[in-house]
Design a protein around this ligand. Structure first.
Ligand SMILES: C[S@@+](CC[C@H](N)C(=O)[O-])C[C@H]1O[C@@H](n2cnc3c(N)ncnc32)[C@H](O)[C@@H]1O
Length: 497
């Protein structure tokens, strides 16, 4: 789409063009559930990074100078930061989720806004993260695990057919779009889109937003977001939904510079309430572009679709069971596995059961998943083409002799809580282990180990008569090697979108 069509509606046009043509600075968000922004900034500054805290955006820093890409830092590897455009960092606070709430992210991959919302909720409540793309879902899972989020339930499927049965306090629709707001990644040129894509995408956006309205409890919040400037995909879609769905537009007042939503464009009129939506242009935050509109679900008493919303929701949320539905294991067996896992964690690593207070374990495929979901909606969902993928993260597996082994994700998540069974490695020793070798150590070591480098637990190892070996899987080991040596690259984590 030719940007010139926006000349009449984008304020400060020359600033817009100037920002759009420049490369975008790197910005990251601190995973505040694991480290404070001040402590993280100190760690990065000690490595030579010059950072600027973003005004109005707690936990966001712009990298002004640094020795290497932040994706190659130990902090990124450990899941203490998420590389995220400043513009997209406005969305989760505008959704305003609170600890304990039920939140649905209908187009979640690769997880920038899901993980931000979950962090704002302190991993308490339930965040259902859904997406239709299997490839992008893999990126989402990687990010949820790396950041150590226990409060996310990931499901695969088309958001337009998301199952009925349970209602959410807040639903985010970060819709697929023509992506004009990502133009800085292409030297200021917006992506080319065909007319048929544009027809498809505007229909899909409206269908996703309508579905979101139906899945929100009366009084709940729906946030519609795109990263495009095109009014047909923004004000046009929201106007259409405002006209015939039980919702009201809630004006946004954002803590960062932005422009109001449009009420008319190229002769087309939109609902005048759309002035309360927000448009973020590249010059506002020296970032990408974003459109946001917040809606409140009204109580229509069920007049527009079967039973009243509150009635439909009664009893829909239930405790996450000790065995994943359909797994076939008996609950008693799962409880035995949990007891064995807790005993082994205490024996090997000095990690007491108290560390997992308030959390749940669910057995699936002979392994244990650790999560902090208060309740979930799975059992209320009608069978369909929806597939649950993960709840929290895979934390414990069992070897052929039935011995419990914490996953690399769990050991990293435990980090400093590991008080025994850790071996501190020099860089050369860790490199040798990651290359598949063994390392002799003077101290007597036996069995499972936590491998520690630079004060951080980076994975699982084992001590044998041949010395210490790494049990970090190959792809992950290659990434870690790049991080600790500063050479090579890491598997691109699609942090941003
Ligand atoms: C803008 S991206 C989402 C970015 C993500 N929210 C984040 O913050 O990292 C839009 C996503 O919508 C997904 N998508 C497209 N059509 C969909 C559909 N019908 N149902 C669910 N997800 C869909 C795409 O796979 C893509 O991951």
């Amino acid at each position: 789409m030719d940007l010139g069509r926006y000349r009449a509606v984008i304020p400060e046009w020359s600033r817009f063009l100037e920002a759009a043509s420049r490369a975008e600075p790197t910005v990251f968000r601190v995973r505040t559930g694991r480290i404070t922004p001040d402590a993280l900034a100190d760690r990065m500054r000690a490595q030579g990074y010059r950072l600027r805290a973003l005004e109005g955006m707690p936990a966001f820093f712009q990298v002004e100078e640094g020795p290497r890409p932040v994706s190659l830092t130990l902090e990124h590897w450990l899941g203490l930061i998420y590389v995220q455009q400043a513009s997209t960092g406005v969305a989760a606070p505008a959704l305003a989720p609170r600890p304990g709430e039920r939140v649905l992210d209908l187009c979640a991959a690769p997880g920038g806004k899901t993980t931000h919302a979950t962090d704002l909720m302190d991993d308490r409540g339930c965040v259902v993260a859904a997406d239709v793309s299997e490839g992008r879902l893999r990126g989402l899972l990687g990010n949820v695990y790396r950041l150590g989020h226990t409060g996310v339930f990931v499901v695969s499927g088309d958001g337009r057919d998301f199952p009925d049965g349970a209602l959410f306090d807040r639903v985010l629709v970060d819709a697929p779009c023509s992506g004009e707001g990502t133009l800085r990644r292409r030297g200021g040129r917006p992506p080319e889109q065909s007319a048929s894509f544009m027809r498809y995408v505007t229909r899909a956006q409206a269908a996703l937003l309508r579905r979101a309205v139906r899945l929100t409890r009366p009084g709940g919040t729906i946030l519609y977001v795109t990263c495009t400037f095109a009014p047909e995909e923004n004000e046009g879609v929201v106007s259409e939904v405002l006209a015939d769905e039980p919702v009201e537009l809630e004006p946004l007042s954002l803590p960062v510079p932005h422009a109001p939503g449009l009420t008319a464009f190229e002769g087309r009129r939109f609902d005048p309430r759309l002035e309360g939506a927000a448009r973020i242009y590249p010059h506002h935050l020296d970032s990408g572009g974003l459109f946001l509109a917040r809606l409140r679900r009204l109580d229509d008493g069920g007049t527009r679709g079967g039973r009243a919303a509150s009635e439909a929701d009664a009893g829909a949320w239930s405790r996450v069971p000790p065995v994943f539905p359909g797994d076939g294991m008996e609950s008693a067996e799962a409880e035995t596995l949990v007891a064995r896992a807790l005993e082994a964690l205490d024996d090997h690593f000095g990690v007491g059961a108290g560390v997992f207070g308030g959390m749940g374990w669910t057995a699936r495929g002979g392994r244990l998943w650790l999560h902090s979901l208060a309740q979930w909606p799975l059992e209320a969902w009608e069978p369909g083409r929806w597939r649950p993928l993960s709840v929290g993260f895979r934390a414990v597996e069992f070897d052929t002799r039935g011995r419990s082994r914490p996953t690399n994700d769990l050991l990293q998540w435990l980090g400093r809580v590991v008080v025994r069974g850790a071996v501190d490695l020099e860089t050369s020793e860790l490199v040798a282990l990651l290359d598949g070798g063994a390392v002799e150590r003077a101290e007597e070591l036996y069995g499972l180990l936590a491998l520690r480098w630079s004060g951080a637990v980076v994975g699982r190892g084992v001590a044998t008569s041949a010395g210490v070996r790494s049990e970090v899987p190959r792809a992950r080991a290659a990434d870690l090697r790049s991080v600790i040596t500063g050479k090579g690259s890491v598997t691109p984590t699609p942090d941003d979108d």
